[in-house]
Ligand binder design. Sequence first.
Ligand code: ATP
Ligand code: MG
Length: 298
Amino acid sequence: MRCALPKPTHRWRKSHEAKTAPLHLAVQSAAESVAAVSRTGKIGGVLLQIDHVSLTFGGVKALTDVSFDVREHEIRAIIGPNGAGKSSLLNVINGVYTPVGGTINYRGQVRERMHPHDAARTGIARTFQSLALFKGMSVLDNIMTGRTLRMRSGLLAVALHIGPAAREEIEHRKVVEQIIDFLEIQAYRRQPVGSLPYGLQKRVDLGRALALEPQLLLLDEPMAGMNLEEKQDMCRFILDVNDEFGTTIVLIEHDMGVVMDISDRVVVLDYGCKIGDGTPDEVRTNQEVINAYLGVAH
Ligand SMILES: Nc1ncnc2c1ncn2[C@@H]1O[C@H](COP(=O)(O)OP(=O)(O)OP(=O)(O)O)[C@@H](O)[C@H]1O
Ligand SMILES: [Mg+2]
């Protein structure tokens, strides 16, 4: 039997606001609406526009004529059943896959495809559904790999402390240490990533992506496999990244409580087609979305 989605609890956003809102706002009864208004006010113009994008793998249509936009400073969720094309869409945005049709307009520049190097150079970073970390390397060194594009001397020279690279390394390490502090993983900085619990590994993966100092951050199921406490932590970090650094975020997530609570707008895919797009409330009451996705238990 299909069941309706429970009303969002707003537990994630509430805890975040309690942490970041000025005290005088936190004690006002209207605090939540004031915070919501100021957040909405921060959302800017269109940063990324995907227009009629299609992608195929042999006979498989991974994406069919998908269009949607992402506005500056927005948290934009992508939801949909397994195999709906969510990860493929992120891979089109960061240039790993080349669409067979459609265009990508990023920061006003229209292209038929995004090259991975251009994507990273123009400030698009991503985390992965299956972790892509160097398990034997320390937390610090893994996050350092995210700085590669910002290094003038190259990762190897920096790692070997050769010439000016030694000075550069100090600058990069400073940024990496700030990220480590921000993500509250100081205690693990020298530990091999493979020895950490899964939730912390996901946090390191976020740190690696943040090391690029991205303008657009693509998160592919950052909370998958986490327990409730780890999810709450990750939600707080995502909201903090968005608030404190002004980073625009595209987020794939299956936990509907999280999606409804932290996203500004949601796009829904099913079998590679877009079947819904709007605010969390609009999407959760969209009958096609309920039939295809929300009606089943998650
Ligand atoms: N590299 C690939 N080669 C062939 N087919 C692929 C490839 N990547 C994805 N697909 C196919 O494209 C479709 C969309 O897959 P995708 O991984 O984008 O879905 P998803 O929405 O991210 O699913 P999930 O929720 O399981 O992660 C699926 O049918 C999948 O099998
Ligand atoms: Mg996926």
